[in-house]
Design a protein around this ligand. Structure first.
Ligand code: AMP
Ligand code: TRP
Length: 347
């Protein structure tokens, strides 16, 4: 096996589609920060993914900088790790095309995110939305990344990325072996989905995930919300009439309670059982008061730092350009080998 496929390399992406929220933070960004001390990490603002649904150009530019600012404000160090926007490294689009020719229609037809996003009128969805998971596989495999921290909703896409890697390795086994890459040119990437908040739910409806596109701003806490907004949204969050249970099993079939306890645990860096140890038997209003205080303490410094960074867009663009240059250095030889394996002539 090649050196590049052996070591741990972390890759993940966030779409610049506005309204970064608590789910993005707890399910993804907070976990990106934790991984950077031990591993080489690439964190990508996936602008090519964003345009699978039309984006206003000025908003796309703004949102790309805002996700970058959120990464840095949350604690990712752009001098140690690579932060960049996807469209600056053309290998993502090139490898995605190759994967369009590896992935099978039957595989894509099973993707639940496409079904949700395309809605009833599938004929009107962009072709890009349909092949989006192939681009996501390309993002990861372009760097021979081995580990991918994501929220629960991305599990199915990660499985597809593994299927694509496996099929490519099988289809091209002959030239992979000839070039002495052993039989596994692309590593099968592992999802890292863990902790008490892998699926943060809407504050308005415990059956729906917290999402950037929910028309109700009360459904989510945005990373740029101030103390008053955070407290108000938590106070108004939907609950049920029972007091909180003392055991984790008591959260089953109580999605709103489960959500608030999971959020508290993730923000406090503990688990649900220990939060219930403190709040079992208490009313929702007691929990909500404590949660508002904790969420404010953890989130408002991030929002403040994001605003400070956003005041200097040239500096953000410089960080992205620097990250893209370093991403190219890793991606270019992997893409070149991929082309050799397929049989493309290159100069
Ligand atoms: P997106 O906003 O779709 O670009 O998602 C960026 C990252 O945040 C991905 O890893 C998602 O899995 C994660 N994420 C998005 N929404 C949630 C949520 N409600 N709970 C947990 N993680 C989420
Ligand atoms: N599809 C992911 C989402 O919607 C974003 C994403 C794109 C991603 N490329 C990726 C996540 C590569 C992890 C790895 O949230």
């Amino acid at each position: 096996m090649q050196e590049t496929s052996k070591k741990i390399r972390v890759f993940s992406g966030v779409q610049p589609t506005g309204n970064l929220h608590l789910g993005n933070y707890l399910g993804a960004i907070k976990r990106f920060v934790a991984l950077q001390d031990e591993h080489e990490c690439l964190y990508c603002v996936v602008d090519l993914h964003a345009i699978t649904v039309f984006q206003d150009p000025d908003e796309l530019t703004h949102n790309t900088r805002e996700v970058t600012a959120a990464f840095i404000a949350a604690g990712i160090d752009p001098t140690r790790q690579i932060i960049f926007n996807q469209s600056q490294v053309s290998g993502h689009a090139e490898l995605a095309w190759i994967f369009n020719c590896v992935a099978r229609l039957g595989w894509l037809n099973r993707m639940t995110q496409f079904k949700e996003k395309a809605g009833k009128d599938r004929e009107k969805a962009s072709a890009g939305l349909y092949v989006y998971p192939n681009l996501m596989a390309a993002d990861i495999l372009l760097y021979h990344a081995t580990h991918v921290p994501v929220g629960e909703d991305q599990k199915q896409h990660l499985e597809l990325a593994r299927d694509i890697a496996q099929k490519f390795n099988n289809d091209f086994a002959k030239t992979i072996a000839r070039a002495d890459y052993a039989d596994d040119f692309f590593p099968l990437p592992e999802p890292l989905i863990a902790g008490p908040a892998t699926r943060v739910m809407s504050f308005r409806d415990g059956a729906k995930k917290m999402s950037k596109s929910d028309p109700s701003d009360l459904s989510r806490i945005n990373l740029t919300d101030d103390q008053d907004a955070i407290a108000k949204k938590i106070r108004k969050a939907k609950t049920d009439p029972e007091p909180l249970p003392s055991e984790v099993e008591g959260l089953e079939a109580r999605p709103e309670a489960d959500n608030l306890i999971g959020i508290y645990a993730a923000l406090a860096g503990t688990d649900k059982a220990s939060v219930l140890g403190d709040y079992g038997g208490a009313t929702f209003s007691t929990l909500k008061e404590a949660l508002a205080e904790l969420a404010t303490a953890k989130l408002t410094p991030i929002g403040d730092e994001m605003r400070r960074l956003m005041a200097d867009p040239e500096e953000i663009d410089r960080i992205l350009a620097d990250g893209a240059g370093r991403a190219h250095t890793i991606a270019d030889p992997i893409l070149a080998k991929t082309k050799d394996i397929i049989g493309f002539i290159r100069s």
